[in-house]
Design a protein around this ligand. Sequence first.
Ligand SMILES: C[S@@+](CC[C@H](N)C(=O)[O-])C[C@H]1O[C@@H](n2cnc3c(N)ncnc32)[C@H](O)[C@@H]1O
Length: 454
Amino acid sequence: MAAAAKRPKVAAENSPAEDCSTDAISGFLGWCKKVGLELSPKVCVSREGTVADYGMLAREDLQVGEVLFTIPRAALLSQHTTSIQALLEEGQASLQSQSGWVPLLLSLLHEYTARNSYWQPYLSLWPDLKSLDHPMFWPEEERVQLLQGTGILEAVDKDLANIHLEYTSLILPFMESHPDIFDPKLHTLELYQRLVAFVMAYSFQEPLDEDEDEKEPNPPMMVPMADILNHVASNNANLEHSPECLRMVMTQPVCKGQEIFNTYGQMANWQLVHMYGFAEPYPGNTNDTADIQMVTVRKAALERARTAAEQQLVSEQWDFLCQLEMVGEEGAFVIGWEEVLTEEELSMTLKVLCMSVEEFEEFKEKDGWEEDTSEEEDSMLSNEMIRKLKASRKKLLHDSVLLTLASYNSDLNAEQDLLNDKVAYGKLSQREQQALHVRYGQKKILHQLLELVQ
Ligand SMILES: C[S@@+](CC[C@H](N)C(=O)[O-])C[C@H]1O[C@@H](n2cnc3c(N)ncnc32)[C@H](O)[C@@H]1O
């Protein structure tokens, strides 16, 4: 693996002031000045007093609306600003990929291993890529043991397949046609996979405008300084985008000495572990969710169908829901603490799968369109509405939750004990702790739903 850009060991780690004087940070801050990145004197970059490695601390009290730093667009590292930008543009047609990440990853493969990269002071703040501990790097056996039922296993399998596919079908041919820049012995699949994990955890994606709903998401880019901030659900700062620059702006007041937290989005704990390699300890993550696989609801409906004709009806109803694009074989209903995030889909699925033959025929005639306003209410699956669901739909939801709970290979009571026992909890590895918070949060959400549909 390339060794050009390892994060140097920080010599003095005792106070924010000492932190800021370390070589890597001062080199980075000097580079920031040079590229026009303006940092407020009211904050500093530190490893002391942060939840994880580097973070940003307040040197003074901060008010809502204060700008912490401004990053000119030329200081963003992307396929448009890398030194191989012209090559990438030339090869654009051959670099189209499902993920849309290939051009950035080629840029990083190059900059990370280049001798005199313009981005070197920024790269020197990156973590050692070998230290990244996303589940994609865990041994498969441990992954299955700790994460069964959480949705992470399936996501990792897809990532690994895609990484392999994009490396062999796009990256390698591109590198082979530019042997003066790339060397497959240096720019290996292993380094590529590490960089994918790094992009997952450190990159930013510019949000689409409201009228760009149908467009492909914007490609990821690296945002120096912004990627130093850690995340919590109850964040106190937020990145704002304008045509000229990006700005980190306070959204909550913060006292001197406290950490500034960005938001990486409304992330459930399983997504945080999958993409970023950490979980917010239960019950801190107010954005946590649990999934009920769509096919699980079909399974529950089939299990309660007593005759072949009833089973046939469920199959037809499922196919109809597929045509309406309400469900799909790989989709999931997403349940939060306060509401169902996929309420329209879940409500419609429960409704259709509980219809009699006659109701279903009539419903199909209307092409799935429903005028009845009292039915519309059912589509608001807040906790209150779940309580009011009609009995048969409630029962179907109940059975689906039970089936989902059965897909975990761990015991809720034992997990509760572990969370309550500080000593036992402290003996768990980081991976075990993360997985525990993911599983426990999901199961608690499912149990809460179960109570509502009893
Ligand atoms: C964008 S970086 C933030 C800077 C990072 N702390 C560093 O020193 O490079 C994202 C990474 O920070 C860590 N992180 C962010 N928020 C965290 C939190 N609330 N708890 C634990 N780790 C966190 C995770 O390792 C995540 O992959």
